[in-house]
Design a protein. Structure first.
Length: 259
C-alpha cells in the first residue's frame, strides 16, 4: 500500500559530460516524484540516460543542474556525515553483477553494510534471519559466492540491499546477469517484498519481463522522460507486459509520440 507524501523528488535534473562543442547531455531536465511504497521502473534504450539518473540519485555522480530531495532534504547539500548516512542507511543498492566479495560467505556479505556503518548487530541477526527466509537462501548463508548459482548470488545481494532497512532500494539491471527462471524468481521476491513490507524500489531495466513487476514505469529517451505507464489496480502482469512492449517498440523506432 502506497503511503501519502513524496519520498523522493527529482527536480529538473541535468547532467552534461565534456565541454562546449564536445558536450554530451546525458540528462536534459528530468523531473518526477516517488511515493513511499512504490515499485518504480525506469526503461529506455542504451545511452538514454537511465543509469546516469540512477547514479545521480545514488550520489555516485553529481548532476550538473537540478536537485534530488529525499523526504524533502536536498541530498546535494549534505555534509560528509549526512552523505555517509544517506549512502549507508537510507538507500540500498542492487547491482547487475551482484558485487559480492569472494572471500566472504553469504551471511558475511549481507551483514557487511552494517559492520561498515556501525549498526546494531543484535537487530541485524534477527533481520538477517527474516530476509534469508524470505529470499530462500538460509541453506547457502555459509557458502562463498563461488559456490552459489547466479540466482543465489543475486538473492544474497538483494538481502544485503535490505539489511539496513533503507528508505529506498536502487536496483540497476538486477536481472541482467540471470537466466530466465532465476530472473523471474528474483522479481517475484522483490515484488513480494515491496507489497508485504512497503519497501520502495527504484529499478532501471531494459527487460520488459522484469519491468512488468513494477507498479509504474518511466520511459527515458535522449535524457528526457517522454512516456509513463501505470499498472492498473486489477491489471494482470501479462496485460501490463503487453503494454510495455508497445512502448518499447515505439522506443526502438525513435518515436517521441507514444500514445
Amino acid at each position: 500500500m502506497v503511503k501519502q507524501g513524496k519520498l523522493l523528488e527529482v527536480q529538473d535534473l541535468q547532467k552534461n559530460y565534456g565541454k562546449k562543442n564536445n558536450m554530451t547531455k546525458a540528462l536534459r531536465g528530468i523531473s518526477f516524484d516517488i511515493l513511499p511504497g512504490e515499485f518504480l521502473g525506469i526503461m529506455g534504450p542504451s545511452g538514454s540516460g537511465k543509469t546516469t539518473l540512477l547514479n545521480c540519485i545514488a550520489t555516485i555522480i553529481k548532476p550538473t543542474m537540478g536537485r534530488v530531495l529525499l523526504n524533502g532534504k536536498n541530498i546535494s547539500a549534505f555534509d560528509s556525515e549526512s552523505l555517509a548516512e544517506y549512502r549507508g542507511r537510507r538507500i540500498g543498492y542492487l547491482f547487475q553483477d551482484f558485487a559480492l566479495l569472494d572471500n566472504l560467505t553469504g551471511q558475511e556479505n549481507i551483514l557487511l553494510p552494517l559492520s561498515i556503518h556501525g549498526m546494531d548487530f543484535t537487530k541485524a541477526r534477527a533481520k538477517l534471519s527474516e530476509l534469508a527466509d524470505f529470499f530462500e537462501i538460509t541453506d547457502i548463508l555459509h557458502k562463498f559466492p563461488s559456490q552459489m548459482s547466479g540466482g543465489q548470488k543475486q538473492r544474497v545481494a538483494a538481502a544485503r540491499s535490505l539489511i539496513s532497512d533503507p528508505d529506498i532500494v536502487l536496483a540497476d539491471e538486477p536481472t541482467g546477469a540471470l537466466d530466465t527462471r532465476s530472473a523471474r524468481n528474483l522479481m517475484n521476491k522483490l515484488e513480494g517484498f515491496n507489497r508485504e513490507s512497503g519497501r520502495t524500489i527504484l529499478m532501471v531495466s531494459h527487460d520488459p519481463n522484469a519491468a512488468s513487476f513494477c507498479s509504474r514505469i518511466l520511459f527515458i529517451q535522449d535524457g528526457m522522460i517522454f512516456h509513463e505507464l501505470r499498472r492498473k489496480h486489477d491489471e494482470s502482469r501479462d496485460i501490463f507486459y503487453e503494454r510495455i512492449l508497445q512502448v518499447v517498440a515505439q522506443l526502438g523506432g525513435g518515436s517521441a509520440n507514444v500514445l
